[in-house]
Design a protein around this ligand. Structure first.
Ligand SMILES: Nc1ncnc2c1ncn2[C@@H]1O[C@H](COP(=O)(O)OP(=O)(O)OP(=O)(O)O)[C@@H](O)[C@H]1O
Ligand SMILES: [Mg+2]
Length: 321
C-alpha cells in the first residue's frame, strides 16, 4: 500500500471520521472533542486512559466507541482478586486427547476495555500494560502475538478510594492519551435525562478492522514541516526545565504527540500537520506523563496547567503555518 496515495482520499477519510463521531454522539452526550480524541488515538495506534469520577459515562463512551469500530471487543472488569491469567489466558486440559490447549483470555480482541484499571493489584495491571507495550503476551513461557488492530481503552476513577492501586508513572506513560471526563454542562445533562425517557440508543458499526488498519497505515503519508518538529521538541523541553516539574515529557511523549498530530491531520482530511493539531493534542498526550515536584503537588498545581503554560510561552516559529 502506498501511503502517499492514500492521502488523496482525504475528503472520504474526513467523512468516515465524521460518521464515527456522529454515531458515538448518539449515545454519549458531551463534547465531540472527546470522541475525536478517541478516534485520533485509535488511528495513531495508541491506547487511551479515560479518567473521571463515577457516573460520568466512561464505560458508556468506551463501549459505544468500540461498537462503531465493529471489531472484536472484550471488557475486563478489574477487581482486587483479578489475576494476570484472567487477562492473558491459561492452558487447560482437553478431555478429548489429554493435551493442554490455550484458552485465550479477553486480551485477545481488537478493542479491549480495561474497566476501573486501578482496582486490581500491580501484578495484574502489568499483564495488561505489557500487552499494550509489546502487542504480545506470554502465557506459561509461550509468547503469543496479539493480532492488529489492538487498542486498549482503560478507565480509572481518580478519587482516592480504599482498595485502589494507582498506576505507577512508568505505566501511565504507556497510554498515548489520558482524557479527563468531567461533569456534563447543565444543558447536556438535561439532554441525558431526556434521552433516558425514551429508548436509549445503541451505537452501530461504522468502521471495520481492515479500515482501521488502512487508516493507521495512511498516517505515514501525512507530511510534517521542520518547524512543527521544532515546536514539539520545544514544548517537551519546556516541561523538563519547569521549576514545578520533577519529571518532564520524554522522547516517547514527543513521538506520541507527533504521531497523534499526523493522525488528527489525516482524519481532518489534510495531508500535512498544522500547529493547531499540536495545540489541541498537547494536553491529552503530554500532561499525564508529567511528575510534579512535591511542593507543586501540595499547592495543587495541575499538570494540565504546565502544558497550557508551555503553549503560551513557547513561540511558534514563522513558516510553521
Ligand atoms: N454524557 C452522558 N451521555 C450519555 N449517558 C450518560 C452520560 N453521563 C452519564 N450517562 C449515563 O449514566 C450512567 C452511568 O454511566 P457509566 O456507567 O458509563 O459511568 P462511569 O463513568 O463508567 O461510572 P463508574 O466510574 O461508576 O464506572 C449510564 O446509564 C449512562 O448512560
Ligand atoms: Mg464504568
Amino acid at each position: 500500500m502506498e501511503a502517499r496515495a492514500q492521502v488523496d482520499h482525504a475528503a472520504q477519510i474526513a467523512e468516515r471520521a465524521r460518521a464515527v463521531i456522529d454515531e458515538v454522539a448518539r449515545v454519549f452526550i458531551g463534547p465531540r472533542e472527546i470522541i475525536e480524541l478517541l478516534l485520533v488515538s485509535a488511528v495513531a495506534k495508541g491506547h487511551v486512559l479515560l479518567e473521571g469520577v463515577p457516573g460520568v459515562a466512561k464505560t458508556t463512551l468506551a463501549k459505544a466507541f468500540a461498537a462503531t469500530l465493529g471489531s472484536t471487543y472484550r471488557r475486563i472488569q478489574f477487581t482486587p482478586d483479578l489475576l494476570p491469567a484472567d487477562i492473558t489466558g491459561t492452558y487447560v486440559l482437553s478431555p478429548k486427547d489429554g493435551t493442554f490447549v490455550l484458552r485465550e483470555g479477553p486480551i485477545f480482541a481488537n478493542v479491549v476495555l480495561g474497566d476501573e484499571i486501578n482496582r486490581a493489584p500491580a501484578k495484574t495491571q502489568s499483564a495488561l500494560l505489557e500487552a499494550m507495550q509489546e502487542t504480545q503476551v506470554t502465557i506459561e513461557g509461550e509468547t503469543r502475538v496479539l493480532p492488529p488492530p489492538f487498542l486498549v481503552i482503560a478507565t480509572q476513577n481518580p478519587v482516592e478510594q480504599e482498595g485502589t492501586y494507582p498506576l505507577p508513572e512508568a505505566q501511565i506513560d504507556r497510554f498515548l492519551m489520558m482524557i479527563q471526563m468531567r461533569y456534563p454542562s447543565r444543558e447536556d445533562e438535561r439532554r441525558i435525562l431526556k434521552s433516558f425517557m425514551s429508548v436509549v440508543p445503541q451505537a452501530r458499526r461504522v468502521l471495520g478492522p481492515e479500515e482501521i488498519l488502512w487508516l493507521q497505515e495512511a498516517v505515514r503519508g501525512v507530511h510534517v514541516e521542520d518547524e512543527i518538529l521544532d515546536y514539539i521538541t520545544a514544548l517537551s523541553a519546556f516541561t523538563r526545565n519547569h521549576g514545578r516539574v520533577f519529571l518532564g515529557a520524554s522522547p516517547r511523549a514527543s513521538l506520541g504527540l507527533l504521531h497523534a498530530a499526523r493522525a488528527r491531520a489525516l482524519l481532518a482530511g489534510r495531508a500535512y500537520v498544522v500547529p493547531d493539531d499540536i495545540k489541541s493534542l498537547a494536553v491529552p498526550v503530554l500532561a499525564h506523563r508529567l511528575v510534579l515536584t512535591p511542593e507543586a503537588e501540595m499547592d495543587g498545581t495541575s499538570r494540565d496547567s504546565v502544558i497550557v503554560e508551555a503553549m503560551q510561552k513557547v513561540p511558534l516559529r514563522r513558516g510553521a503555518g
